[in-house]
Write a protein that binds this ligand. Sequence first.
Ligand SMILES: Cc1cc2nc3c(=O)[nH]c(=O)nc-3n(C[C@H](O)[C@H](O)[C@H](O)COP(=O)(O)OP(=O)(O)OC[C@H]3O[C@@H](n4cnc5c(N)ncnc54)[C@H](O)[C@@H]3O)c2cc1C
Length: 484
Amino acid sequence: MALKTPEEFIESIQRRKLRVFMNGQKIEDILDHPVTRTIIESNMASYAWALDPESKDIMSTFSPLIDEPVNRYTYVCQNNEDLLAKANAGCFTAEKLGTCIYRCVGLDCFHAAWATTWEMDQRLGTEYHKRFTEYLKYVQKNDLSVAGALTEPRGPRDKKLLDWPNPYLALKVVEKKSDGIVVKGYKINISGAYASHEFMVLPQGTRRPGEEDYAVAFAIPSDTEGITYICQYNAFSAERLLTDDIFELGNPLFGQRETSVIAFDNVFVPWERVFHCGEVDYSGKFVARFARTHRMTCGGTCKVGFMSNIIGACRLLQEYKGMTKVPHINDQMVQLMILRETARACGLAAANLGSEEPPGSGVYMPDEMMGNVSKLNVCEAFWKAMELAGDIGGGLIVTMPSLRELKNPETKDYIEECFSFGSPAGAERIMKVTKLLQNWTAGLHGVGTWHGAGPPQAQKIMISRITNYDREKALVKEKMNIKD
Ligand SMILES: Cc1cc2nc3c(=O)[nH]c(=O)nc-3n(C[C@H](O)[C@H](O)[C@H](O)COP(=O)(O)OP(=O)(O)OC[C@H]3O[C@@H](n4cnc5c(N)ncnc54)[C@H](O)[C@@H]3O)c2cc1C
């Protein structure tokens, strides 16, 4: 049976020996650590959902590759129905978790790798696609969580890669051996890698002739020798480390969207795990195809689920505070619904209009235009949702005392009286919902949504690249009888 139980997932994650650091300290056990544990909880949920009769149709599907049911997060889409099911699964996981399902970047890397290795084998006579499909079978059979790593620190942006003062600001192949390659450098902002079984590496960007050592894609186990993870650290991490009441944290079990730097210190990758090495003309294709798939994920699915959490919290506060008949708040609630449903519509359109890319490869990708529009739309929509929720929730979102006051005999009565707002809901409920809104409106999600899947300028460049305005110009000429 390809589907792991949550217990089997934990057991398999526990076996690995990793070098993980946070806040200047080594983390000995990522299962035990209050921050890193949140990634494991999120991924573990995807194993439970794939077996749960209520959600298994969303979270699992049948893979002809291994002739068995597999988790949706290891399955490469083969038609538009698959893309729609993928979009649906993205909304579902984001609603339930209120943070990343950390298997999604790896899944979108699979799509890019399937398409581009297939194309390379067709045109260059390589055997990358055979290697990749063998790898994917291994992932599916063992139901592995796989993260995805593209983003690199990079050198001065006004200089070409080979002119950077340090050659390791992008991941570089430093040695080719008979049995594999050795890589050195960094990937940054990588979601959930240390709590996954494996991660896929793709190039960050297009590569030019002369940059062959930077044209590389592969997959390795997360505990490969030479890998060090340095975790993100912010006020939310610090608060989670300090508190003994996880409800203080807005998202008690699943936490923030946790990322890390991955340092590669002469890491060996066997050839059977290398899917691109030196073919500079294809690096950009890996990236573009990843972006095409991932922008639907980020713009049209996961932010839909996030906005459902915001909407739920706003409505509860509206009810708790006796504001259900306030016209401008009701109007804001409708605006929130429109923002969410527009995001969902973009995601569904991208899936529905998706196509086989490249033709003959067998892999389906979301429509390029609608995928990019999804992400660009959500960049603005999410800030707007944060603004509306901030207004509905009030200043208490950032000024509220700790939930621990409810357990302190010296302050408990004041806090209960003060923050019940005279509502039968009581102070604890109101404070918990307000904490959840603090997480969404006064935390990491605005910038995270803006930059995740690439900053808006990247989507605008792609949209202008695929647009020539010929059709629109022809419409005007036809109407006005303008001849060339
Ligand atoms: C929550 C979160 C999770 C993430 N998870 C992952 C992950 O799992 N895997 C992964 O690979 N990445 C991940 N990322 C990285 C994400 O894709 C990048 O943050 C994004 O591509 C932006 O890159 P950057 O952060 O380096 O910003 P920058 O590239 O520094 O962008 C900052 C600004 O500079 C501009 N800019 C950058 N370069 C140039 C240039 N050459 N010329 C002109 N303008 C330029 C940009 O348009 C933007 O306006 C994640 C990011 C976030 C926030």
